[in-house]
Design a protein around this ligand. Sequence first.
Ligand SMILES: C[S@@+](CC[C@H](N)C(=O)[O-])C[C@H]1O[C@@H](n2cnc3c(N)ncnc32)[C@H](O)[C@@H]1O
Length: 253
Amino acid sequence: MTGWEYEDREYWERVYALPENYMVESAVTEGNDGEDEFDARMLEACVGRVVLDVGCGDGLFTIKMAERAKEVIGVDFSRIAISEARKNLANSGRKNLRFEIANAESLNFQKETSDLVTCRRGPVTDTKDSLREAHRVLKKSGTLMEITIGEHDKENLAQVFGRGQMLVSERVSTLKERLLREAGFKKLEVKEYIATEIFPTIRDLTIRLKNSPIIPDFNVEKDREYLEKIEKAYKSKKGIETPTHRVTIIARV
Ligand SMILES: C[S@@+](CC[C@H](N)C(=O)[O-])C[C@H]1O[C@@H](n2cnc3c(N)ncnc32)[C@H](O)[C@@H]1O
């Protein structure tokens, strides 16, 4: 059982249906969590390429890639996410991009049609089926680029709650490397980043816990005692401090 199996389509539809004030919290990152660095690498890699963005969410980053790529398709299994992405696309005016509802585990695309498969904290390496699909749609010279969440992410919170998305039995990088090799990927480049994320108030942390899968079945009322414990244990002058752990992967077909 991996930590992200409860993140099914219903889970993500509930998140995307949250009112807007539950979608953005105030938080700062101290140190390098790899996110900006890897975004820049993906934007470089997509120049002139046919790109498939798996688990594209609201599509805002997918649109940035389309500004440089030859053609981009963004897929997500959440209907609400794709409807948001299509609104964002209409506002962008881009013509070389489309968004489709699709499950990463069964993509309705011909084999060997993409130069680059990208995934930002999405499902592409979560299962053997999603990896098989990514491998199938990539051209022989194709590349997979993913930034995903590591096992130390928010681990102080998971310890207090006694449950957490990343309470996994194996290092994420080891698990993903094994799955990628089994799916036929080669020349793996895996990097890890650990930084500190600081939430100015417990309300900001509560919003994040509501709009992301960090703590399974998070419920503000039922989990109040854990939130109080976290505030006592991890609040510094800057706010509530928690580790952020990212794993970046570049793999060739
Ligand atoms: C953390 S969000 C990231 C969204 C976007 N990539 C970004 O960086 O803003 C993960 C996304 O993956 C999508 N997702 C999760 N599992 C999926 C699957 N099996 N097939 C398609 N999309 C999936 C969710 O609906 C969600 O939009």
